[in-house]
Design a protein. Structure first.
Lengths: 114, 111
C-alpha cells in the first residue's frame, strides 16, 4: 500500500522566493494534516483538512503561509515570500476522518531558505 | 494548548539493556495518547492508548497508560541498535483530530 507521498524531498532556495510543498494522502483517508518540525519547537501542527475543507489553521505562522486541498488526493503548502526562519522539515500526515484515529506521516520535505 | 512532556530528552544505553521512556500530559478532553518512532524520516505509529492500565505490546516494545496520574511509559526490552531513534508521544487536541506532540526522547543504543 502506498503511504503518504510528499514532494520534493529537499528544497533549497533563496529568501524571498515562493516555495510550494506537495502531498498525496493515503487513498481513503479524508483528514490531512500539515506539521512543521524544528529542533527548537519540535513537531507543530500548521493546519488540517477534513473532506478537503480547512478546519483549523491557527497554527499557520503568518499570512505568508497558505494551504489548499483542491481534491481528496492532493494538498499544497505554499510559503510566499520565504524567509530563513522558515527552514524546517515539513510533514504531511493523513488519517481516517473519525475522531481519535492514528495519523500516518509522509517522509517530509526538508526546506532550507538561504 | 495542552502540554505533553517527555523525559528523558536523551538516553544512551548498551545493546541488551531495557529502557523506559516517560510521557506526562495535561488533561483537557482526553481521548487517547499515541507513541511514534522517528528514525531519519517519517514518524511511524507504534501504539495508541485509550484505557488506563491496559498494556499494549508489540514484540519487545510495550506501553501502558495511567489516566489517574496522567502519564504513559514506553518500555523497550533487550534493546538493539535498530531501536535507536527519537520516540515521540502525542495526544489529540480538543478537536479530536490533530495531535499535540512532546519534544521527544532521543534514544541511542550502542553495540
Amino acid at each position: 500500500d502506498a503511504g503518504v507521498i510528499q514532494s520534493p524531498r529537499h528544497e533549497v532556495t533563496e529568501m524571498g522566493q515562493e516555495v510550494t510543498l506537495r502531498c498525496k494522502p493515503i487513498s481513503g483517508h479524508n483528514s490531512l494534516f500539515w506539521y512543521r518540525q524544528t529542533m527548537m519547537r519540535g513537531l507543530e501542527l500548521l493546519i488540517y483538512f477534513n473532506n478537503n475543507v480547512p478546519i483549523d489553521d491557527s497554527g499557520m505562522p503568518e499570512d505568508r503561509f497558505s494551504a489548499k486541498m483542491p481534491n481528496a488526493s492532493f494538498s499544497t503548502l505554499k510559503i510566499q515570500p520565504s524567509e530563513p526562519r522558515d527552514s524546517a522539515v515539513y510533514f504531511c500526515a493523513s488519517s481516517l476522518m473519525e475522531k481519535s484515529q492514528p495519523q500516518h506521516f509522509g517522509d517530509g520535505t526538508r526546506l532550507s531558505i538561504l | 494548548e495542552d502540554k505533553v512532556v517527555q523525559s528523558p530528552l536523551s538516553l544512551v544505553v548498551h545493546e541488551g539493556d531495557t529502557v523506559t521512556l516517560n510521557c506526562s500530559y495535561e488533561v483537557t478532553n482526553f481521548r487517547s495518547l499515541l507513541w511514534y518512532k522517528q528514525e531519519k524520516k517519517a514518524p511511524t505509529f507504534l501504539f495508541m492508548l485509550t484505557s488506563s492500565g491496559i498494556e499494549k505490546k508489540s514484540g519487545r516494545l510495550s506501553s501502558i497508560l495511567d489516566k489517574k496520574e496522567l502519564f504513559s511509559i514506553l518500555n523497550i526490552t533487550a534493546t538493539q541498535t535498530g531501536d535507536s531513534a527519537v520516540y515521540l508521544c502525542a495526544k489529540f487536541t480538543n478537536s479530536g483530530y490533530a495531535l499535540n506532540f512532546g519534544k521527544g526522547t532521543s534514544l541511542l543504543v550502542t553495540p
